[in-house]
Design a protein around this ligand. Structure first.
Ligand SMILES: *Cc1c(COP(=O)(O)O)cnc(C)c1O
Length: 382
C-alpha cells in the first residue's frame, strides 16, 4: 500500500504562478486590465475565434451567454442530467425552464436523438456539457442548431483542448464557456472565459460582466481613462482580475505540455486497467479527449461490492477519488420545481451508479497510476 495519500486532484501551480501573481500585485493594477486582455487574446488565437471574454467563472459565462442569447421566461433550454448543478442553475436563474434529456451510455454526453425529439416551439437553446473532456458530436450538434434556429451554449468546463473532427471545442461559432476553477485543466484559482461569436455581442458581455457599465469603463482609473460612464443594463460583477489572468497566462504557457502529460497518464491507465472488471472511458473515433477526468465504470454485474464500498476501500488504501456527477434529478430543488425523477433518465442513472473518477493531473507519476490500479485491483475483489 502506498504510504502517503494520493489526492484526487492537485492544481499544477508553483513558483512560476507565485512569481507572476506577485508581479501583477506589484504593478498595482490588480483587477481587470492588460493581463486579462492578454489571456483573452491568447485563447482567441488558439481557438481561431474573434472574441473571448475573461470572467470570474464558467458559471458566470453560462449565465451571461443565456442572457446574450435572449433566453428568458417562457423559453425552454434542453440540457443534460449528467452535469454539475451550475449548468442547470443558470437556466433557472434567467427564468427559463430546463428540459433534461438522457445521455449516451458510453460518453455520458447528451443523446442528440433525444435532443431533437425534445425540441418544441418554446425551445430557445441547447446547453450541452462535454463530459470529462470528450466533446459532444459538434457536427451533428451544429446541424441541429442550423436546422431549428437554436442558440447553442456549450458548457466546456472540462473541454479546453478537446477536439471533434480536428476542430477545437469553442471554435464552432457557439457561445462556449470554459472554467479555470482550481481542479480544471487550466486554472486561475477561480475564473472562466466565454467565447463570443462577434464583437458587438462581446462588447455587451463585457459590459454585463462589469455592472452594465459602458465601453472601457474598466479603464476609468488609468491615465488615459475617462471618468464618464453610462449604465447600459443592470449588469453583474463577473469580470476576471489581472491577478487571476497572471496565473492564467503562466498556466497557458505550459498548457500543451500539461495536456500531453494527462494523455500519457490516461494511456497508462488504459493499459494497466485491462485485466480489471472496469470499463475505461470511451473515446469515440474522430474525437481528441481533453482528459479532464478519467471516469471509469465498475462492472457491478460481475462484482459483489458496490461502487460506494469500492470508493471507501480506495480511501483506506490512500487513494482519493470523486464521482461525476450526482445527476440533477437527485436534487431536492429540481425535483420540487420541475418534477424530475432519477428513473426518467435510465442511462444517466446507470452511468452514475457505477462511476468513479480516478486521480489524473500533470504532477502525477506513472508510479502513482500504478498505485491507483493496484489499490483498485484489491478494492474490487471479495
Ligand atoms: C466546474 C464546472 C462548472 C463550473 O465552473 P466554475 O468556473 O466553477 O463556475 C460548470 N460545469 C461543469 C460541467 C463543471 O465541471
Amino acid at each position: 500500500m502506498r504510504p502517503t495519500f494520493l489526492p484526487y486532484n492537485q492544481p499544477e501551480v508553483g513558483e512560476d504562478e507565485w512569481r507572476a501573481v506577485g508581479e501583477a500585485i506589484m504593478s498595482r493594477w490588480i483587477t481587470r486590465g492588460r493581463l486579462t486582455q492578454q489571456l483573452e487574446e491568447a485563447l482567441a488565437d488558439y481557438l481561431g475565434v474573434p472574441e473571448v471574454v475573461g470572467l470570474s467563472s464558467c458559471t458566470a459565462g453560462l449565465h451571461l451567454a443565456l442572457m446574450a442569447a435572449g433566453v428568458g421566461p417562457g423559453d425552454e433550454v434542453i440540457s443534460t442530467p449528467m452535469t454539475f448543478a451550475a449548468s442547470i442553475n443558470v437556466i433557472d436563474q434567467v427564468g427559463a425552464k430546463p428540459v433534461l434529456v438522457d445521455v449516451d451510455e458510453d460518453t455520458g454526453n447528451l443523446n442528440l436523438d433525444l435532443v431533437e425529439q425534445a425540441i418544441t416551439r418554446r425551445t430557445k437553446a441547447v446547453l450541452p456539457v462535454h463530459y470529462g473532456g470528450h466533446s459532444v458530436d459538434l457536427v451533428r450538434l451544429n446541424r441541429i442548431r442550423d436546422r431549428w434556429g437554436l442558440a447553442i451554449i456549450e458548457d466546456a468546463a472540462h473541454a479546453l483542448g478537446s477536439r471533434h473532427d480536428g476542430h477545437l471545442v469553442g471554435s464552432s461559432g457557439n457561445l462556449t464557456a470554459f472554467s479555470f476553477y482550481a481542479t480544471k485543466n487550466l486554472t486561475t484559482g477561480e475564473g472562466g472565459a466565454l467565447v463570443v461569436p462577434d464583437a458587438a455581442m462581446a462588447e455587451r458581455i463585457r459590459a454585463l460582466s462589469l455592472h452594465g457599465l459602458s465601453r472601457n469603463a474598466w479603464n476609468r482609473y488609468s491615465e488615459g481613462g475617462d471618468w464618464r460612464y453610462d449604465v447600459m443594463a443592470p449588469g453583474y460583477k463577473y469580470n476576471m482580475t489581472d491577478i487571476e489572468a497572471a496565473m492564467g497566462l503562466t498556466q497557458w504557457a505550459k498548457f500543451e505540455a500539461m495536456q500531453q502529460k494527462r494523455a500519457q497518464l490516461a494511456s497508462h491507465y488504459q493499459q494497466r486497467l485491462r485485466l480489471l472488471p472496469v470499463v475505461v472511458p470511451a473515446v469515440r473515433p474522430g474525437f481528441d479527449h481533453a482528459w479532464h477526468l478519467f471516469p471509469i465504470h465498475l462492472r457491478l454485474d460481475v462484482m459483489s461490492k458496490t461502487r460506494d464500498q469500492v470508493i471507501e476501500e480506495l480511501r483506506r488504501r490512500n487513494i482519493g477519488t470523486a464521482v461525476h456527477f450526482i445527476p440533477i434529478p437527485h436534487f431536492t430543488y429540481y425535483q420540487r420545481r420541475y418534477g424530475f425523477k432519477p428513473n426518467d433518465f435510465p442511462h444517466a442513472e446507470t452511468f452514475y451508479a457505477s462511476e468513479i473518477s480516478l486521480p489524473l493531473y500533470p504532477s502525477m507519476s506513472f508510479e502513482d497510476v500504478d498505485d491507483v490500479v493496484d489499490a483498485l485491483a484489491e478494492s474490487v475483489g471479495d
